[in-house]
Design a binder for this molecule. Structure first.
Ligand code: ZN
Length: 299
């Protein structure tokens, strides 16, 4: 073993507590109510009465996979971030390459191939790549960095489910002529409107930019301007986020010990989980105002 490799191990050990240390935790809970039917494919086709069943739990209840909600939340955020003036400091690389302004091409997710080549030559490359990621990639994850947000699968809220799904007819369209293919009918299963799902998502070690992004995204859902699932152009998947509750814990250096003690000694009756409650509208107002404040930018 050379001296160099020993030194590297020590460096890594010293860096790890910083990267893995919990600095804050934000928990978002709400009810996602469908205002139109919902279709999220992925169910079993073989034993089904329809060409395209909705995804269901083993008990046969429809649900929204967390990954599916995370994807739609990310694209909702990307749509707004793409329209923000570049000097606000929020960037998102989730645009088709030809629409991407040149300053966004710096996000490594957009050119993974070159970076993979560079990494094989330089062990420090990954560190630099992480720093260059756009804010959306930092929050939602990229091949170069783990996601800071986790979204649970969204299950039905008890008593808010009619117990039946509907089958709708569609007509397969011939891509070349854009007319109905003769005899090419298909049908798909739809979860009826008024169905309500429980949303639970957590962000750990959030930066101020992460909190701005999540404020932008969730407030779009609160206003009913986003959707989930497939066939959105046919009016499916419209939804509204209600009863949003935001709880958090900030572990600043000065108060880390006391704050952690209070958190870990939380009462066991389930009433107090040791997190602080903040009104959702106040939370959105605070972080969206910070985005537009010139002095707050640190990236
Ligand atoms: Zn990116």
């Amino acid at each position: 073993m050379t001296q160099d490799s020993t030194k590297n191990t020590q460096d890594t050990q010293q860096m790890q507590p910083m990267r893995y240390q919990l600095r804050n935790r934000y928990v978002f809970d709400g009810k996602l109510g469908m205002t139109t039917g919902l279709h999220i494919g992925g169910g079993k086709v073989t034993l089904s009465y329809t060409d395209s069943p909705v995804v269901q739990t083993p008990e046969g209840l429809p649900f929204i996979p967390g990954s599916s909600f995370k994807g739609t939340l990310r694209s909702t955020i990307e749509k707004i971030v793409a329209s923000l003036p570049a000097d606000l400091g929020l960037h998102s690389c989730g645009l088709p390459a030809e629409e991407m302004p040149p300053e966004l091409e710096s996000c490594p997710t957009a050119h993974q191939k070159e970076i993979a080549d560079a990494r094989s030559k330089d062990s420090k490359a990954l560190e630099k790549v992480r720093k260059d990621l756009c804010q959306t990639c930092q929050l939602f994850g990229s091949p170069f960095a783990a996601s800071r947000i986790t979204v649970n699968d969204l299950y039905l809220i008890n008593d808010e489910w009619s117990g039946t799904t509907q089958i709708r007819d569609g007509v397969a369209i011939d891509r070349d002529s854009e007319t109905a293919k003769s005899g090419a009918k298909y049908d798909f299963e739809v979860v009826p409107s008024t169905t309500v799902f429980r949303l639970h998502l957590v962000i750990e070690n959030a930066t101020e930019q992460d909190l701005q992004l999540i404020s932008i995204g969730l407030s779009e859902f609160v206003s009913g301007f986003s959707g989930v699932g497939g066939f959105r152009s046919r009016g499916l998947g419209a939804c509204i986020l209600k009863d949003l509750q935001i709880r958090y814990m900030e572990l600043t250096d000065a108060e880390r010990k006391q704050r952690l003690q209070r958190y870990l000694l939380r009462k066991k009756d389930g009433q107090d989980d040791g997190l602080d409650l903040i009104d959702a509208q106040d939370f959105f107002d605070k972080h969206i105002s910070l985005l537009f404040e010139p002095h707050s930018r640190n990236q």
